[in-house]
Design a protein around this ligand. Sequence first.
Ligand code: OOG
Ligand code: NI
Length: 515
Amino acid sequence: NRPATRLAPWQLRAAFAVRLSAMYGREVPAYDTLVDVTREVNEDVLRARGGDAERLGAIARVTAERHGAIRVGTPAELEQVGRVFGALGMRPVGFYDLREAAASAVPVVSTAFRPVDGDELARNPFRVFTSLLTPADPRFFEPELRQRLERFLAGRELFPPELLALADRAEVEQGLSEGDAERFLRLAVGAFELSSEPVDKTWYETLERVSAVAADIGGVRSTHINHLTPRVLDIDELYRRMTGRGIEMIDTIQGPPRGVGPDVLLRQTSFRALDEPRALRLADGTVAAGSLRVRFGEVEARGIALTRRGRACYDELLDRADRADRADRADREDRADRAVPAGREAAEARATAGGRDAARARATAGTHDAAGTPTRADRLRSLWPTRFPATEHALAARGLAHFTYHAVTDRARDGRTPPPDLPGLLREGWIRAEPIVYEDFLPRSAAGIFQSNLEESGTRRGGEAGQAGQAGVAYDSDWLSGAIGRDVLDPFALYERQQSLSLARAARELRLEHP
Ligand code: OOG
Ligand code: NI
C-alpha cells in the first residue's frame, strides 16, 4: 500500500485553473484561439527580449496565468464562493464598486479571490474577479422588482453541499487526498459550467431592461464563468494578430498608455461577446432555440504595482483625460452651432493635444479618430510625463511603485559605506530593486470592458436616477467582508508588506541602521 498522495491548496488551485480553461475552451472556442495567439506572442517576446521579458514573472507562471470572472446574486452565495476558493488558497482582496463607474454603471460590487503570499503567487497566481448583485440599490431596482429578484435568488442552489463539504475539509486540512481532490475538482468546475436549463425569456428580459449584468446573474438558476483571461507580454501585438485572424476586438486597449516608461498596473482588451445558443422558455411554456450574448474573451498585460501615491497620480490623470474629453465634446458641439466660445478646459485640451508627445503618439500608434480628435490613449500618453518618471529607479525613489529590494552582496568594494537613503542605495548599487507585479484589477478598465460589450444591448446607464439612497444597505468593503464571512484584504497593504519585509532583510544584510 503506497501512501495516498495529497494535493496541497496550490496544487488544487493549479489543477482547477487548468480544468476550467479546458472547459471554457469547449464552451467558447474563440477562447482557445486567444490562448493560442497569446502563447505565440509570449514565445516571440521571450525570443526577442530574452531574460528581460521575465522581469515581471517567470515565463512558466505567465503562460499558466489566468483570471476568471464570476457573478453571484446573494451574500449567501458569495459566502459559498469564499469557501470554494478558500480551499484553493485564494482570499478576497480589494473592493470594487462597479455601480460608480462613470461611463457604465453596473449593479454589482466586487472583490477578487487570489493567493496573497509571494511564494503562492509564484506557484500559481490564479485569481477570480467575483461580483455580487446589489438588488437593494434603488438606483437600479424598484422595490417590487427587488422583491421578485430576491425571491428568485433565494430559491436556487449554485453549489452542491458535497462540494462545500469537500471545500471546508480542504481548507481545514490544507489539502485533499487524490480521490477527494478529483471529486472536488469535478464538482467545482461543474458549478461554473453554462447550464443547459432553458432560460425564462420574460424574466430575463425584465432584468435586462435594468442591466445586462443583472439578467446574466439573476435571470438564470445557476452561475457560470463569464470570461477567462490569459496574460500576454505584448498586448498591442496580440491585438493586431487577433484582428488579423478576423476576430472582432473592442475598440481600445484599456488602462495606462504604453511606451512612456515602465509598464504599470494592467492593460486589457477583449474580443466582443459572442452569440451563444441557449434554450429559452417562452411565456406559453414552450421551449425555443435562442441565443444570448454575455461571454467575451478578455486578455491582459500586467505591469508594476503602484503605491497609494502612484495610484492617486494615475487616478488624477484619468480625471484630467476625462475632463479633456468632455471639453472636446463640448467644444465640437459649440463649433457645430457656432455658439459661445469653448471654455478654458477645451483650450487646455487643445494645447495638450497639439504638443510634441501627441504628435509622436499619432505618428507611431495612429490613435486619433477619423475627425482628428485625440483618443483617450493619446491624452493619457501626453499627460503621463507630468506625473510619472520614465525609469524603474525613479518610480522606486519617488515612492510611486512597489518593489522588493535585495542587497547586492557582490558589489565591488570601493571603500565607501552605504548611504542611509533608498535613492542613494539604489544609485550607488548597494541594493537592487525588483518590480512587484500588479496582482489586482482596475474597476475603470472593468467598466470599460463591460461597456464595450454591452453596447447596443439596451443597458440603462446608471447615475441618472439621482437617487443616492441605498435602502439600508451600504454596499461597502466592510459590508462585503461580512457577507463573505472573511476579511476583504487591502491590496496596498499586501504590496507594502512584501516591500518592507524585503527592505528590512536587505538592510540587515548590509548592516544598515536605517533602512
Ligand atoms: C467582471 C469584469 C471585471 C476585469 O478584468 O476587470 C474583470 C465581469 O465581467 O463580471 O474581469
Ligand atoms: Ni476580466
